[in-house]
Design a protein around this ligand. Structure first.
Ligand SMILES: [Cu+2]
Length: 137
């Protein structure tokens, strides 16, 4: 069966326009906000992205606050070496290729401190290359 859109009569169009303008100045922005939020949850849930860099011998930022249960994407750019990103408590470990952005999705379930570290030996300061997520309830 073919569905054909029925052209609106001139009167119907006019009624629509009147209907829209009858929404008060305060209601219109509220409705716009609602439809935007729905679009995000239904179509592509936008995860919060945390931009990071890895460079001898430091992750930036080194301390990252998170909420328990929140899914986030770490977008880590290595600036100079194949560093490693190892998060033992979350069972995550990846190489960070220089010049590329490596994305890792994590979702810590409980509040507390979760350490992360570089696990590719990258030089004299390698042992200092670590950081932590501070997960709040
Ligand atoms: Cu390193």
């Amino acid at each position: 069966m073919k569905l054909r859109a029925k052209p609106l009569s001139r009167r119907a169009t006019l009624q629509c326009m009147l209907g829209l303008t009858s929404i008060g100045m305060t209601a219109a922005p509220l409705l716009a906000g609602l439809s935007q939020a729905q679009a995000q949850t239904q179509d592509s849930p936008a995860l919060r992205q945390i931009d990071m860099t890895a460079q001898r011998f430091k992750f930036t930022p080194e301390e990252i606050p998170l909420k328990a249960g929140e899914r986030v994407v770490l977008a880590i750019k290595s600036l100079d070496f194949i560093h490693g990103m190892h998060i033992p408590d979350l069972g995550v470990r990846v190489d960070l290729l220089p010049g590329q952005i490596t994305r890792i999705e994590i979702q810590p379930q409980h509040s507390g401190i979760i350490d992360f570290l570089c696990d590719n030996f990258c030089g004299g300061g390698h042992e200092d290359m670590h950081g932590r997520f501070i997960v709040s309830a």
